[in-house]
Design a protein around this ligand. Structure first.
Ligand code: HEM
Length: 151
């Protein structure tokens, strides 16, 4: 196998991985939206009561960020596929950061809303800034790689 073939195989592997993560998590987080809709529809107190406002906010944020991050995974796969860039170290870093970000960012919001104290979300919220930093690192690495690949 030549280096070129290896690079193409690595690229295909990453494209498949992010398409899989993206589409399955899109299904998961859109389903969470449906669950929120149902909690509204049946006026379930643990969600709609004013005293549970923190949970509602946290779960809405989990739904919104999870959905958008799932689409970012699909966009990452499309970027690799369309540009045909060789899988450089920066893209492997971006792939790992993006994979962890979709666990930490919406996951942190969700767990933060599961247990909370009054107006303060639970400790799960501590995962959110970690997820945000990982997401920014993934976007920066990808932007730099796409930028260099153009020249
Ligand atoms: C690409 C698709 C979607 C995106 C980007 C998205 C994004 C968002 C955002 C940003 C909010 C917060 C709005 C606000 O509080 O001002 C939200 C709320 C909500 N979404 Fe989605 N959404 C999507 C699809 C869906 C689907 C398919 C459902 C249900 C079947 C859904 C159900 C809800 C519900 C019930 C809320 C309100 C939660 C609450 O305030 O208690 N969403 N969504």
């Amino acid at each position: 196998m030549t280096t070129h073939d290896e690079s193409r195989a690595q690229s295909r592997f990453l494209v498949q991985r992010h398409l899989r993560i993206g589409w399955w998590s899109l299904l998961l987080f859109l389903s969470l939206g449906l669950v929120l809709e149902i909690l509204h529809g049946f006026k379930v107190p643990l969600y709609v009561d004013v005293s549970n406002h923190t949970r509602r906010l946290m779960w809405t944020l989990a739904h919104a960020h999870g959905t958008l991050l799932a689409i970012v995974h699909v966009a990452f796969a499309a970027t690799l596929s369309i540009t045909g860039v060789a899988v450089a170290r920066r893209l492997r870093i971006a792939s790992t950061c993006l994979t962890l970000a979709i666990l930490f960012l919406p996951g942190g919001f969700f767990v933060g809303g599961l247990f909370f104290w009054g107006g303060d979300p639970g400790l799960g919220i501590l995962f959110v800034p970690i997820g945000a930093a990982l997401l920014l690192a993934a976007v920066l690495s990808t932007a730099l790689e796409v930028n260099d690949a153009e020249q």
